[in-house]
Design a protein around this ligand. Sequence first.
Ligand code: GAL
Length: 675
Amino acid sequence: MRSWQGDGIWFGADYNPEQWPESTWVEDVELMRRAGVDLVSVGIFSWALLEPAPGRFEFGWLDRSLDLLHAGGIGVDLATATASPPPWLAHRHPETLPRRADGAILWPGGRQAYCPSSPVFRERSLALVEAVATRYADHPAVVMWHVSNELGCHNVHCYCDVSAEAFRGWLRDRYGDLDALNDAWGTAFWSQRYHDWAEVVPPRTAPTFANPTQQLDFLRFSSDEQRAQLRAERAVLERLTRQPITTNFMIGTGIKYLDYHSWAADVDVVANDHYLTAADPQPQVNLALAADHTRGVAGGAPWLLMEHSTSAVNWQPRNVAKTPGQLRRNSLAHVARGADGVLFFQWRASRAGAEKFHSALVPHAGPETKVFREVCRLGADLKAIAEVRGSRVDADVAILFDYEAWWGAELDSHPSVDVTYTDRLAALHGALWRAGVTADVVHPSTDLSAYKLVLAPTLYLVRDADAAALRAYVEAGGTALVTYFSGIVDEHDHVRLGGYPGAFRELLGIRTEEFFPLRAGERVRLDDGATADVWTEWLHPEGAEVLAAYADGPLPGVPALTRHRVGAGAAWYAGTRLDDAATDRLVARLLAESGARPPVAAPTGVEVVRRRRDDRSWLFVVNHTDGEVRLPVTGTELLGGASCDGGLVVPPGEVAVVREEVRCSPSNGRAPSWT
Ligand code: GAL
């Protein structure tokens, strides 16, 4: 791994100088210096300018831009520029265009119009990487390499004949022979048995439901094909350069089809893009989930926020501007949760193109604006907290997340379309957020031993080893919660027999004989006063104690919430979709039982997260409420907006970062013990 950290928290943006006359570049650097920017991502969409015709490279403008940035003391995260092929590629090689499941071609004119399995695209893109890396490997401005951009954002699934051939190759590697594939895909069903590899195709638009395992394998293949591009570009960069290599992931914004837990091994720093959903009244909660998941993908190490927005985006139906102070709260909340860099899309708002109404650090109205003033303030803030760089976030709780479980859970022909994978993830994480407790969102294969509480929402598909690890965790004294539609299938999407939730039946001490999904809008009551919707199931306790049962609905008297003592720990099960208040109560009970707790108790809406390095620790307090908050914290406040004299006072909408005075040392590796 190449080291990527600088002296403090990186601060910057995507910078697209090619959209502007060179006279503007001078002002750009001057304003960057004023704002404290020290890292910009350059060249992301520059292929068509850098290589105007096959094999003919024009680097002059990029040379001048990098020289200017370097003279201004600004580091460059240089793109390989392969994110979007130039029009000449599709013109000369129409076979590089991607096809949808129904056969429709995705034409050039937007971006990312290439088939991820195209050998022509691979060859041309690597030739570009080679040329860029050769030219700039020793340029003093370059501090990092940025492979492509959001790989698979628009072209993750291609169903063309080239992709079909690549899919067959991937399946041969996975299964070896057709008998194994036929077993895994369950092709005895519906006359689907394959006798020749040439008969196997991607799950193109079919008369009815395509084979679920065929679909699942195609999703795995598609993620792997995108990852292969990352690895191929990385191999070129590793050969020619020495700076750290990354690419921007899209964790936490609903992007489903890229298995980032497996990709993390291919980058020197996990970098993420996160955008708020304007329609979400509490977007800071989803932001926290995205950051906690990014940290989980990074194995707990610091990561880089490669993109977010200073204000509105342009690609949602209604693009809501950020309120004063929101930019700062958002950025510092990411840092609180482990980011050691805060970058945005983009430096200067474009005049032309599909993103001209996307916010930037320098808006159309120029630097005399609320946005640019807030940018400058944030730049100063990040300098003031440079010392937190390299520290790690304390978390007592793990939430298990597996992209394959997501893909499997949301395949078609299931008991209810209302069961979605991220629903319980967001509900449980939201309850923890309201309780002020930090969680790592991690892959089920992660070592769980240091966590006090583990939550497994909708872990529909689970491998034997991961189910066994959760059991071992509970036996050793851990507390776990599993929610409905978990443990149902193995990695081939074959049902685990003998009663649901197959893989977790013994751990949970229950056996479900039949699912009873609810009708749209139907609600049931539980005998503890909770309500629930979407899902019920006919569950029999087999060793578990019943904590709540249905009071009405299709299964009156049947258990809905159970708890099973296993070894030194306990495994809880929620067999229905509890309302938010009941979810909060359930999480409060789990916290009490497990001993997981917030770093400092604070009112709901005040985000408190601790970062720690060696024997030093910092407390981040983000006050999302309208009221002043007082917390029993002493130390040195680094941002200067809050007082910390005999307790910390944080005004409404403000952020505080406190270097804690009482030195704490890790006791069990996570929970602080005060000395
Ligand atoms: C990202 C992308 C950027 C820009 C941004 C707008 O998905 O990487 O290039 O399009 O969104 O929000």
